[in-house]
Design a protein around this ligand. Structure first.
Ligand SMILES: Nc1nc2c(ncn2[C@@H]2O[C@H](COP(=O)(O)OP(=O)(O)O)[C@@H](O)[C@H]2O)c(=O)[nH]1
Ligand SMILES: [Mg+2]
Length: 354
């Protein structure tokens, strides 16, 4: 999938249908020349309805349809005939979509399940026909209600991938490599920053037929939370992951400082991110021999006694199983009631086509 096709944010104008007007018809036929009112009600205007679909992976299909418009309700007619309801407009959204009001930022709904439906903009009510307005003093009202106007509202749809553990690190930390080693996902990997230009999810098989979902997002760069670079756009994808795995490569100049910068960026983006379970891991530990690793541990301990970073190497497959244990127990700690992840398992995106 090309980058520009991975659309995870759209702003659309939802216009629901106007209700049909009620009829002011009076009954007339061969034997009744001056019958009473028999005008039917107008039909309701069409709704704009969002439906969750596991067949959609992005919001691309909504990117070029800025205006989403539902049909108007039909007018009522004689003989108490109800007007037809306006045609609803259905928009399919991927699981993990969040719909917000563009003006207030208020969350309208969050779609996480296949077939889940929500009315995003309600159609106007149909007007009532003259029959409803009969009274002892006015037996043949020539009045009927007009239909209620539809709504015109801007909505934002955001896609957040759902996973259990999110990888956080600068570009080149080895995030995508780790995902490719522990899951069947095939993320882009290369020795230059910003290889990963869209998020990747991988299902990681664990012991006893259990599994968790790992989310690899493009690397965070300093200033990401202020909107610099690619980083911030993707932070929302790990906003709901209960566990974050921070990765700093063994050849970093200053591991503790890098970790603090990452924390800082996350906090600037959303302070709640720091309430999650965190693991700090030093990746690419194959670059260190045992002696050097010990030295580094001792130094880190001196500098930040509480950090206790975990060393692993995807390339040498060193400590990978232990890392999985660590992640799984963090997921369990995050969701103590069930012992299982509360993160919904989002469908995996289709394989990359380059
Ligand atoms: N020596 C070593 N290199 C690694 C390891 N993991 C990843 N790399 C290399 O580091 C570079 C960046 O890796 P990548 O997974 O794309 O990093 P990302 O930007 O964090 O996703 C690539 O050249 C990888 O081959 C590792 O465990 N050891
Ligand atoms: Mg990557």
């Amino acid at each position: 999938m090309a980058i520009q096709n991975f659309v995870d944010y759209v702003k659309i104008c939802c216009r629901s249908g106007k209700g049909g007007e009620g009829s002011t018809h009076m009954m007339r036929n061969k034997i009744t020349s001056k019958g009473g009112p028999d005008g039917g009600d107008g039909g309701r205007g069409g709704h704009i309805i969002a439906v969750g679909s596991s067949q959609k992976w992005t919001l691309l299909h909504l990117k070029y349809s800025k205006h989403v418009i539902a049909g108007h309700g039909g007018r009522g007619s004689g003989n108490h005939k109800h007007g037809a309801d306006g045609i609803d407009k259905i928009i399919e959204v991927p699981l993990g979509s969040i719909i917000k009001d563009a003006e207030t930022g208020e969350v309208v709904c969050e779609i996480t399940e296949e077939g889940q439906t929500t009315i995003v903009a309600k159609g106007g009510l149909g007007g009532r026909g003259n029959d409803h307005f009969k009274s002892p003093t006015n037996q043949s009202p020539e009045y009927a209600q007009p239909g209620q106007d539809g709504l015109e509202e801007w909505k934002i749809i955001e896609l957040r991938l759902l996973g259990d553990v999110g990888l956080v690190g600068f570009p080149n930390a080895g995030k995508s490599t780790l995902l490719s080693v522990v899951s069947a996902a095939k993320p882009e990997i290369a020795d230059y920053p910003f290889t990963t230009i869209r998020p990747n999810l991988g299902m990681v098989a664990y012991r006893d037929d259990r599994s968790f979902v790992m989310a690899d997002i493009p690397g965070i760069i300093e200033g990401a939370a202020d909107g610099k670079g690619l980083g911030v756009r993707f932070l929302r994808h790990i906003e709901r992951n209960p566990v974050l795995l921070f990765m700093v490569p063994a050849d970093a100049d200053d591991i503790v400082a890098e970790y603090r910068t990452l924390l800082n960026e996350l906090e600037k983006y959303n302070p709640e991110m720091l309430a999650k379970q965190r693991i700090l891991a030093v990746s690419k530990s194959d670059l260190l021999d045992d002696e050097l690793e010990e030295e580094m541990r001792a130094e880190l301990k001196k500098e930040a006694p509480n950090l206790d970073p975990f060393f692993f190497s995807s390339a040498a497959h060193k400590n990978i199983d232990k890392l999985k244990d660590l992640i799984m127990s963090a997921i369990e700690d995050a969701n103590p009631d069930t012992g299982l992840s509360k993160g919904h398992f989002a469908p995996l995106p289709p394989p990359l086509v380059k």
